[in-house]
Design a protein around this ligand. Structure first.
Ligand code: AMP
Ligand code: GLY
Length: 421
């Protein structure tokens, strides 16, 4: 099979690594990719956000499946353009991607479908924001309505800070003020063909920049999978997953289908386990980053078959994907000054030594080759991934590998998966 992956981050690198593990190996290329991806597959200088350019390329090059990594191409209508031209694509049309692109849209779908989520009020002015903050009380949760690259949400007990955040985002549209939800967070990915879903194994993401969940929200600083603590509350991972399929995923997929906007691709359920039950914090319309880096290394079922079945409406004929009992941990190496204004263009060394640690792979996030060297090009630079028989082993491997990597001014969290049973 000839597959084109769109994107340039660690998520896309992890997707490609999973595809290349298959026997027989599919033919994989990536646009635009990064230094790590370019070392493994052909990269194409193509703007992944240009629907016409991507569709033309796919038709001309007999691509059989396009896998869309990030949200921007989805919102730009790249999946629509590919489907119109008869190319199988893993990723929703623009209208269904609004599940991620518009929090107001997502809340409406959840309301109609009866999906449990936090109460929220939309505010278009500062006066409305102020009234909503007082209605909900502290801690305050303020969210930008549109795509904000992981920086749109502020959770704070400081009313002035909540108002300042709202003031900034009101200039770009409206904001949502939401009820504060307390509990463990879970990322659950479900493949969807528009009507049926198949679950992947759950993961947990570390959103804050610094150890012990201090510092600002980021795109994600680390993750682990599976989540052994789910057993105590649900009996097993499977029972938890069954509950989410019945109460969250299928109602959402059915609602979107009923509205004429079927969701084909990856339904990312961002969940919070409160004392009162599960609540959806957000949906995303694509694989999560860095969770993908810990979910896919554990996947035993060939990924390409699953993605193609979702893209072609045949997911209902397949059994649930299988996962290894091994655990996976990933730690993100971030540039100096991430998430504010990351300093980039610095040389990265020690990658070969890091890769010699057993069970370790490195998903490149923001790298480019410059002559003989690899340099950083963005905020989240590398995702060091370690698989092991236990969290103790996987963590030890990940941090040993991290000790080998040098990037001036970079930082990473030291507490990823530290308290997992
Ligand atoms: P989001 O971009 O919606 O995933 O939000 C980013 C992060 O903000 C989440 O992963 C949570 O840690 C936090 N968050 C979002 N909504 C809430 C909420 N209603 N209550 C508590 N924390 C929240
Ligand atoms: N890890 C959070 C996200 O992908 O949005």
């Amino acid at each position: 099979m000839k597959i084109l992956v769109l994107g340039s981050g660690a998520r896309e690198h992890a997707i490609i690594t999973a595809l290349l593990r298959e026997q027989p190996r599919p033919s994989v290329e990536c646009a635009p990719g990064n230094a790590g991806i370019a070392a493994e597959v052909a990269v194409v200088a193509l703007d992944p956000n240009d629907p016409v350019a991507v569709a033309d390329y796919a038709v001309l090059n007999s691509i059989e499946l396009v896998v869309i990594g990030p949200e921007a191409p989805l919102v730009a209508g790249v999946a629509d353009a590919l489907r119109t031209r008869g190319i199988a694509v893993f990723g929703p049309d623009r209208a269904a991607a609004a599940l991620e692109g518009s929090k107001t849209f997502a809340k409406r779908i959840m309301d109609e479908a009866g999906v449990p989520t936090g109460r929220a009020v939309r505010a278009g002015t500062l006066a409305e924001t102020s009234a909503a903050l007082d209605e909900f009380g502290a801690p305050y949760v303020v969210k930008a309505d549109g795509l904000a690259a992981g920086k749109g949400v502020l959770v704070t007990s400081d009313r002035a800070a909540a108002l300042a955040h709202a003031t900034f985002w009101l200039e770009h549209g409206s904001v949502l003020i939401e009820e504060f939800l307390d509990g463990q967070e879970i990322s659950l990915f479900l493949l969807s063909d528009g009507h049926s879903v198949l679950p992947l194994s759950p993961a947990q993401d570390y959103k804050r920049a610094l150890d012990h969940d201090a510092g600002p929200n980021t795109g994600g600083m680390g993750a682990y999978s599976p989540l052994p603590w789910l057993d105590a509350r649900f009996g097993s991972e499977n029972e938890f997953v069954d509950e989410i399929i019945e109460t969250v995923a299928l109602p959402t997929i059915r609602q979107l289908a009923a509205e004429g906007t079927p969701f084909v691709g990856l339904l990312y359920c961002g969940l919070i386990l409160t004392d009162a039950g599960i609540r959806v914090i957000e949906f995303n319309a694509r694989f999560g980053d860095p969770e993908t880096q810990v979910v896919l290394p554990r996947l035993l079922t060939p990924l390409s078959g699953l993605l193609l079945a979702a893209a072609t409406g045949t997911l209902g004929t397949l059994p649930r994907p299988e996962f290894s009992a091994d655990v996976a941990v990933t730690v993100v190496v971030a540039s100096e000054n991430y998430p504010e204004t990351p300093l980039v263009g610095r040389e990265i060394t020690g990658l070969d030594a890091a890769l010699r640690v057993p069970g370790v792979t490195i998903a490149h996030a923001a790298t480019a080759t410059q002559g003989d060297t690899i340099v950083s090009t963005g905020g989240r630079v590398l995702s060091v991934v370690a698989v092991g028989a236990s969290f103790l082993e996987a963590r030890a491997r990940a941090y040993e590998a991290l000790g080998q990597v040098s990037l001036e001014g970079s930082h990473y969290r030291t507490d990823i998966a530290a308290r997992v049973a």
